[in-house]
Every structure is written in structure tokens, then in C-alpha cells.
Design a protein around this ligand. Structure first.
Ligand SMILES: *Cc1c(COP(=O)(O)O)cnc(C)c1O
Length: 335
């Protein structure tokens, strides 16, 4: 079947490389590990969010919006990418950040400030209880100013954002055929579910024949199964005119592993930091403690437990996050 896409801006540096990491694969003692280098989708705009934002921002521009509102943690990669892309496109950007007003200006937050995003801080509590009211308040605020604001949800994970990793699956299909491999599993860190949801749908649409796994970095497996289902249902509903009616999105398998969350979001155990060190030293692969470190560590541990023994090749999607490493420098064991 032919796969149609909605309007899209060309913002990311794609296709990204798919590279084998044979020193780590050998130590792990399982299938050959390939890394989809989505940490190379740009420099300051690097990571997974830009793939989704190609679609979200296209919609905002099509609707004639001049202001983007989005939200996330203080060190949100999604907010940083959105802020920089808004500056590139000449849009006003308003970030609703969960955290303290006096957070240290560094990593992602430094870049948010540098590109001139307007930032409002809310405590964890306020944010959890009233995030809808907060975003509604700001939407109305801009309306009152005669502006047209567009709201992008956390992580750009919704019916639109899903397209980013659906499109990435077309890229993976080309990678696999060029390299003549047939990976049995595709693994990524999952935080707001959009990457996992896109990969899950794209794997099916482009018939990659893999199992897609999300390695949870915050909430548990039930949460992610529901969130991904919701996003997929929204995608299906919003885009039914361009989705082949025979595509069965209800029976997709949503696979989540939630054994490597550690103490909580953006908090990693010493083992995660040890894995970050190891990947950096053995392969020059830079992981972060919030997302990719947990995802990668979980994958290695699952290899040891034999979970991926049914295949010769697996893919780890490196979703970026390098700027989140700097604020946690104190926990790294440096030479
Ligand atoms: C946001 C993010 C993720 C998680 O992706 P979701 O689509 O939000 O689940 C993984 N890695 C990095 C570096 C991220 O910034």
C-alpha cells in the first residue's frame, strides 16, 4: 500500500546513520547492536523531537499561527528543540517549564534562554494539578493580544507527532535493505510515548518485521501502553482520509519494559552512569542520564537475560539528549 504523509517541514538532517557498535555487542554477548543515530538530526536541534516537530510545526504554519506554546521539564530536550526551531522559523515561543524559577541556567535551559524563548516556571505540584488550565490561560492570553498561538503537547507526542517516527521507519527500511540486515527488535527510551508510538505504527506500515520496545524512563508499563494507544487512536481519527482503511491499528502490540526507571524521571542510578561511561569510552557514544542512558542500559541488561536471542541484529534508536548530561556532571566518574 502507498503511504501518504501530511504536510511536513524539512528541518532535520536526515537520513541519520545506522551504525554497528561491535565492541559493545561483543561484551553484551547477544545480537549485533546497530544504533540509529538520531542524536545527529542536527547540532543544537539534535535528537528525536525534531522529527515530530517537522509535522507539528507544519500544521502550526498552515493554520497561520505566529506563536508556539509547549511544555516540559526544566531540562526538556523537546522544549529546547522547539525554542530553537521557532527562532529559525521566526515564530514566538513560550515554554511552560516544570521546575524552579531559579534553576541553574545551563544545558537545555541555557539554549532556551539564548534563543529568546519566553519561559514560565511552575512547580511540579502546580503543573501536575493544573497543566490544562495553565495552557488554556496562555492560549487566551495570546488571543487577547491579537496573536494566534498553537499548542504542542509535551514531547510533541500526539496524533500529529506520531508521523515523525512513522517517517523514520521508511528510513530504517532503506537502511536495512542497504545493509542487508533484518533486525528482530527496535528499542528506544520512552518518555511521552510518541517515539514508541510512531515506531510501532511505522514498523507495521513499512513491514519492517521487528518488535518495537519502549524502555520506560518515568512511568510504568500500563501508563505507556495506554498513552501510546491513545496517540495511535488520535492519529487514526485525525488522518483517516490518508490512512489505508485496511490498516489494523487496534491490534498493534505495544511493548514496554519498565525495570530501569530507577528513582524517577531525570534521576538515574550509579549503574546507569557506569553504562554512560562505558559507552562513551568503548564507542564514543554519548548517552544521557534522563533517557538514552536508561534505555541503553536496559537493552544491555535484557540482552544478558536472553530477551533478544531470537535474532542476529537489533536496533537501538539513539534519541539524543546530550545537553541533559551537563547538569548532572557531578555524578559522572571522570578520568
Ligand atoms: C523525549 C526524549 C525521549 C523520549 O521520547 P518520547 O517520544 O517522548 O517518548 C527519548 N530520548 C530523548 C533524548 C528525549 O529527549
Amino acid at each position: 500500500m502507498e503511504i501518504l504523509f501530511p504536510p511536513r517541514l524539512s528541518l532535520a538532517q536526515t537520513p541519520t546513520p545506522l551504525l554497528a557498535i561491535d565492541r559493545i555487542s561483543e561484551i553484551a554477548g547477544g545480537p549485533r547492536i546497530w544504533v540509529k543515530r538520531d542524536d545527529m538530526t542536527g547540532s543544537a536541534v539534535s535528537g528525536n523531537k525534531i522529527r515530530k516537530l517537522e509535522f507539528s510545526l507544519a500544521k502550526a504554519l498552515d493554520e497561520g499561527c505566529d506563536t508556539i506554546i509547549t511544555c516540559g521539564g526544566v531540562q526538556s530536550n523537546h522544549c529546547r528543540t522547539t525554542a530553537i526551531l521557532c527562532a529559525q522559523l521566526g515564530l514566538k515561543c513560550h515554554l511552560i517549564l516544570r521546575g524552579a524559577e531559579d534553576s541553574e541556567i545551563e544545558g537545555n535551559l541555557l539554549l532556551d534562554r539564548l534563543v529568546g524563548a519566553k519561559i514560565s516556571f511552575y512547580s511540579n505540584r502546580e503543573y501536575q494539578q493544573k497543566s490544562d488550565q495553565i495552557t488554556q490561560y496562555w492560549l487566551q492570553h495570546y488571543q487577547g493580544e491579537g496573536k494566534k498561538a498553537f499548542l504542542i503537547p509535551i514531547g510533541a507526542s500526539d496524533g500529529i507527532g506520531l508521523w515523525g517516527y512513522i517517517a523514520a521507519c521508511e528510513e530504517l527500511k532503506n537502511d536495512f535493505s542497504r545493509l542487508n540486515i533484518q533486525p528482530g527488535h527496535i528499542i528506544s527510551a520512552t518518555g511521552s510515548g510518541g517515539t514508541q508510538g510512531g515506531l510501532t505504527v511505522g514498523n507495521e506500515l513499512f513491514q519492517l518485521g521487528a518488535h518495537v520496545w519502549g524502555m520506560a524512563v518515568c512511568d510504568d508499563a500500563d501508563y505507556f501502553v495506554n498513552k501510546v494507544k491513545q496517540d495511535i487512536a488520535q492519529w487514526r481519527q485525525w488522518y483517516s482520509p490518508i490512512i489505508d482503511a485496511s490498516f489494523d491499528s487496534d491490534s498493534l502490540n505495544i511493548r514496554v519494559i519498565d525495570d530501569y526507571i530507577g528513582p524517577g524521571y531525570a534521576q538515574a542510578t550509579p549503574e546507569i552512569f557506569a553504562t554512560i561511561n562505558m559507552a562513551a569510552q568503548l564507542e564514543g557514544l554519548i548517552l544521557d542520564p534522563v533517557y538514552t542512558g536508561k534505555g541503553f542500559h536496559g537493552m544491555l541488561d535484557q540482552i544478558k537475560q536472553g530477551r533478544f536471542d531470537d535474532t542476529n541484529d537489533i536496533v537501538f534508536v539513539h534519541t539524543g539528549g546530550i545537553f541533559g548530561l551537563f547538569p548532572q556532571r557531578d555524578q559522572l566518574q571522570l578520568n
